[in-house]
Design a protein around this ligand. Sequence first.
Ligand code: ADP
Ligand code: MG
Length: 210
Amino acid sequence: MVLDAAWAVRWLNLCAEAMAEHRVELIELDRAIGDSDHGENMDRGFQAVVAKLDEGAPETPGAAMKLTAMTLMSKVGGAAGPLYGTAFLRAATSLGDSAEIDPGAWAAALAAARDGIVARGKAEPGDKTMVDAWTPAVDAARAAADGGSSDVLAVLVAAAEAAEAGAVATDPLVARKGRASYLGERSAGHRDPGAVSSALILRAAVGAAA
Ligand code: ADP
Ligand code: MG
């Protein structure tokens, strides 16, 4: 399996499918600790990404991710739009104009994405945000790549599983950043919507390669 431009286009299309499929779930999660718009925002944003991709296929994975960044920044409102826009832009920059992504490059791109989210939103691990999905994903991808895995699918899977576990682990946390932080202790007992959408994005990356 090679992670090339065709893979990236499949990935982003699968992201759009996942956001449509999980739209109501994301709305419900954001209703509990936010303002109910996350599912709508993400669905609209990735539908716009698909429309852009349909206009012309990008030549590299980095180009596909840059197009995604620009589209999400302009179409997704709220906190998530700029955060995901920055994440995809930093990942695109990390990948440069390489035609294919190897395990080390995927780990580096995820780290760049996470660092971009942190630079923009100033959340730390444990603040009950999407950072709690991205940080374990970065660590797992790095460990899999450093462990000498030449199997890029295994690195994608490691990242997706860690993001999913990270999203589940936000349940008991008290939010310290974003809209959910207004609820204080009452934010505990709910899963962070942005951590869930982040895990969906990283799981779609596996689907596109499987
Ligand atoms: P809004 O909160 O403006 O309505 P969304 O509902 O689309 O935006 O997105 C909410 C998600 O954004 C949260 O679940 C959280 O994961 C993420 N988020 C909010 N603020 C931050 C931040 N400062 N750093 C990282 N992620 C954040
Ligand atoms: Mg919201």
